[in-house]
Design a protein around this ligand. Structure first.
Ligand code: GDD
Ligand code: MN
Length: 397
């Protein structure tokens, strides 16, 4: 047996044995917890060939350094220090893509997941007959431990919603503690979207025919460090849920974009009234033919709604991309230009259909036909604007 190098990557050469289970532990600022957890895992997993992958997102408290020290002592431990990526779910996926066991277990580093049930979960997997085994708080033997009323309520509400929406019945789909077969991971790797915290829900939701088993455990209270749960976790959860169920029909991004757009209608009207109250002038340009006189209040309403649409889209529709690439100001410049293109498309389509007498056989009534043609203009403009904004204003690198 040849030992290549101390520490991380000697595992495969040194053990000469494929691990049964790879335990993947995402960490962010868990330097006090990780040594305690590793010690517990070493005891609990002693009868298995295992590997432990600690996936740290370059924690400011240097968790990865603490983890590397542990890896020097135990060659079954590997550390991934991710520099330019952040996020619990994406850390789990990174860990899994580098893991070599037959089963991939995921657990939190903060000791809230009871390691004592890990062997029975592994046995459940080895018996065959299931693709995922969930460490569950809502089956017999399980519990939430000391949770605040508000968080308990949120978790229960989310669980109920998920149970209704997901194709496979699972009691605790919100759990972050589970084992999945290597095979299922590689089958679904391209389908899943690792945003936010709820990676288990992705695996279950994107794989309708799978078998899931659950083992109860009581969620412990965190002793060191703090939770990274934030408002964006809720947002990402709702988006994932929608995406899993309806994403094939209409992308969540377009849905949010259209919702923001419809709020713009009201902002637009509000701006118009505000303009009227401010007494913005009506100008006769004498050049614009049919458009003359020019209502400044109308322009004011339009501009205000462009601004509010831009802000809302930044914080709602394109939340993930807002800090990548352009600054807020240059983003607005493109958004503004694209809005003008949209205006031209809408009027263009309307005039084209109207002036050439399109749909006269279909809709005899003149007034109704105008509305219909304008509606087609609006649809064309929305589609053009969306396409341009996705590819220019909020381009994903
Ligand atoms: N690499 C990495 N990157 N790890 C992260 C990140 C990140 O951005 N954010 C959190 N983690 C790690 C933490 O260090 C911890 O080990 C684990 O992920 C869970 O994070 P917590 O911040 O402790 O989450 P929680 O306790 O509020 O939520 C847990 O319980 C929920 C049950 O309702 C998680 O297991 C959730 O997935 C679970 O849904
Ligand atoms: Mn936690």
């Amino acid at each position: 047996m040849k030992r290549y190098k101390q520490g991380n990557f000697n595992l495969v050469y040194f053990m000469k044995e494929k691990p049964t289970v790879s335990v993947i532990i995402p960490t962010y600022n868990e330097k006090e917890n990780i040594p305690i957890l590793i010690k517990k895992l070493e005891t609990v997993l002693s009868k298995y060939t295992y590997e432990i992958l600690i996936v740290d997102d370059n924690s400011p408290d240097l968790t990865w350094e603490t983890a590397e020290k542990l890896a020097e002592k135990n060659p079954r431990i590997r550390v991934m220090r991710r520099i330019s990526e952040r996020g619990l779910s994406s850390a789990v996926v990174s860990g899994m893509s580098a893991a070599s066991g037959d089963y991939f277990a995921v657990m939190d580093a903060d000791l809230q997941h009871d390691e004592a049930i890990l062997p029975s979960m592994i046995e459940e997997m080895r018996k065959g007959g299931c693709d995922i085994c969930v460490g569950s708080r809502t089956v017999s033997g399980g519990g939430y431990g000391e949770w605040s009323k508000i968080r308990l309520f949120m978790s229960k509400a989310a669980t109920l919603l998920t149970r209704i929406m997901l194709p496979v019945p699972v009691n605790d789909p919100m759990s972050g503690y589970f084992i999945i077969t290597r095979k299922l991971f590689h089958q679904s790797a391209e389908k899943i979207n690792p945003r936010g915290f709820k990676i288990l829900m992705e695996f279950i939701g994107r794989n309708p025919g799978i078998k899931v088993k659950e083992t109860g455990f009581t969620f412990r209270t965190r002793q060191y460090g703090e939770t990274k749960l934030s408002g964006s976790v809720i947002r990402n959860f709702l988006i994932s849920l929608y995406d899993i169920r309806f994403g094939k029909f209409i992308s969540y991004q377009f849905l949010l974009y259209a919702l923001v757009g419809s709020t713009g209608v009201f902002v637009n009207l509000g701006g118009f009234f505000l303009g009227e109250m401010m007494g913005l002038p009506v100008i006769h340009t004498g050049m614009l033919g049919n458009l003359d006189p020019l209502y400044f209040s109308v322009l004011f309403g339009i501009e205000i709604s462009i601004l509010s649409n831009y802000i809302l889209n930044n914080f709602i529709t394109f939340y993930e991309y807002r800090h990548k690439g352009k600054s807020m100001i240059s983003g607005f410049f493109f958004f503004q230009l694209i809005s003008i293109v949209g205006l031209l498309v809408q009027t263009g389509v309307f005039l084209l259909f109207q002036n050439n007498g399109f749909f006269t056989d279909l809709i005899a009534d003149e007034a109704l036909r105008k509305i219909f043609n304008n509606l087609l203009g609006i649809i064309a403009a929305t589609a053009t604007n969306y396409f341009l904004n996705v590819n220019i204003t909020w381009k994903q690198r």
